[in-house]
Write a protein that binds this ligand. Structure first.
Ligand code: FES
Ligand code: FES
Length: 162
């Protein structure tokens, strides 16, 4: 027997009200119910980071959060962040350094990178690597991703003159 729960939440600034299966995860809710397919499904066990989205201003793994638990929450996805321009410089840096190859990890990587740069303006390369340890990339070897984040941090925080 299916058990559905009504939730009303904000997704990328828009109010969304739906009846959801009690066990439906946020990533499936976003992709299947709302056609927001920018966030990806990988391991579905909280390991790979492909499903990273923001809930109430903090990044979470969409495969570990139940949609039914998000009544009243504010969810932001890669589509929302792209539309507001909040991460345009990061996106440009990823492209410039070939930090997205197949692109499967990229949305989650961008959300994690954006969060890191909010909590630490000029992270070291080691800190970047550490912060991204929960976001797997099978293509790039991570070097270009770290380069892109480091370059974005430097551009946002130019050295003071004089
Ligand atoms: S799909 Fe969520 S962490 Fe891998
Ligand atoms: S670019 Fe392919 S998994 Fe990261």
């Amino acid at each position: 027997m299916s058990h559905e729960i009504e939730v009303s939440l904000s997704v990328n600034g828009e109010r969304v009200t739906r009846r959801v299966e009690a066990r439906q995860h946020l990533i499936d809710f976003l992709r299947l119910e709302l056609s927001l397919t920018g966030s990806h499904t990988g391991c579905e066990h909280g390991v790979c980071g492909a499903c990273t989205v923001r809930v109430d201003n903090r990044i979470v793994r969409g495969c570990l959060v139940l949609a039914a638990s998000l009544d009243g929450a504010s969810v932001e996805t890669i589509e929302g962040l792209s539309e507001t321009g909040e991460i345009r410089d990061l996106q440009d840096a990823f492209i410039a350094r070939n930090a997205c190859q197949c692109g499967y990890c990229t949305p989650g990587m961008l959300l994690a990178a954006a969060e890191l740069l909010r909590v630490k303006a000029r992270p070291t390369r080691e800190e970047i690597r550490e912060y991204l340890a929960g976001n797997y990339c099978r293509c790039t070897g991570y070097h270009a991703i770290v380069d892109a984040i480091e370059a974005t941090a430097a551009a946002r925080n130019p050295p003071r003159q004089g």
